[in-house]
Write a protein that binds this ligand. Structure first.
Ligand code: NAD
Length: 280
């Protein structure tokens, strides 16, 4: 029977540490969130970020724009935030409407304020082994493994999902920590063959119960990133009830990776503040 990794209590511990750190800073770091349109899930995510800022006493600013905003208008508001000395972190909430290209928009954020770690400059540094600001969810996953004293070196790590947000940056992080890393995706021919070899299995796809117990090696560490709504309940990508019987560690959904993502965002805002003050 696996140990269930309590992401919420680990995130709470991180908030306590961050609160102490914030109290030593000369001024309050600030986060700006840019929200385009009214996607219900985005509104929930944005609210969670606001709550986390309040919890740490960080400044928070929400810029809301209609779905129809033009590229020029959006980029001009990002430029204003880039220049705003009270704002240390900028996030553009995804997904964006079809007429706006996420890569283009994120590339216009000052890389030192890119607290999602998705600017090509930050992603390039990560892939070169010289990370500066690291995407929040992969950073949170590594933090969970570290705080559970899970040794990564030499392990077979298998990531299912190759998004820029989770799978790809996590690949670089696990590689830099000396795991042997495999990345699977929708075109992987035999997913079970790959996942069955995993000492550390991370699933970030968005398909409920994609990972069944027969796909998991006995004793594996299973990190479930997926968030899916099934009959009004949140579930991950892993068949939690059955897989927890054979794994050594497993994260639940909700209460696993999710709370860590927001905690790591707060950490990134403080990192960005320090970078801008030249103190990292
Ligand atoms: P995405 O939606 O951009 O991409 C999904 C990935 O899964 C793709 O790389 C695709 O190739 C792969 N995939 C699709 N079907 C597959 C299949 N049958 N077998 C193997 N691979 C398959 O990914 P994302 O933005 O990383 O999100 C993935 C999931 O993680 C979603 O459920 C999302 O809500 C969740 N998520 C959670 C957090 C968190 O904080 N807990 C953060 C980010 C994303």
């Amino acid at each position: 029977m696996a140990k269930i990794i309590d992401g919420k209590s680990i995130a709470d511990e991180i908030y306590r540490e961050l609160r102490k750190e914030v109290s030593t800073l000369k001024d309050k770091p600030g986060l700006a969130v840019v929200l385009v349109g009214d996607d219900p899930a985005s509104i929930v995510y944005v609210r969670n970020k606001e709550r986390a800022c309040k919890r740490l006493g960080l400044n928070y600013k929400l810029l809301k724009f209609p779905q129809s905003i033009s590229r020029d208008e959006l980029l001009s508001s990002i430029r204003t935030l880039n220049e705003d000395r009270e704002i240390n972190g900028i996030i553009v909430q995804m997904p964006l409407p079809k007429h706006l290209d996420a890569f283009d928009v994120v590339s216009n954020i000052d890389p030192l304020k890119d607290v999602d770690g998705l600017h090509p400059d930050n992603l390039g540094r990560l892939s070169s082994g010289k990370p500066r600001i690291i995407p929040c969810t992969p950073l949170g996953i590594i933090e969970l493994l570290k705080r559970e004293n899970i040794d990564i070196r030499g392990k077979n790590a298998v990531i299912v999902g190759r998004s820029n947000l989770v799978g790809k940056p996590l690949f670089h992080l696990l590689l830099s920590l000396d795991a042997t890393v495999t990345v699977c995706h929708s075109k992987t021919i035999d997913l079970k063959r790959e996942t069955s070899r995993a000492d550390i299995l991370v699933c970030a796809v968005g398909v409920p119960r994609l990972i069944t117990v027969d796909m998991v090696k006995e004793g594996a560490i299973v990190i479930d990133v997926g968030i899916n709504k099934v009959e009004d309940k949140l579930v991950g990508d892993v068949d939690f009830e059955r897989v927890k019987e054979i794994a050594t560690f497993i994260t639940p959904v909700p209460g696993g990776v999710g709370p860590m993502t927001v905690a790591m965002l707060m950490k990134n805002v403080i990192t960005a503040y320090r970078l801008q003050k030249g103190k990292v």
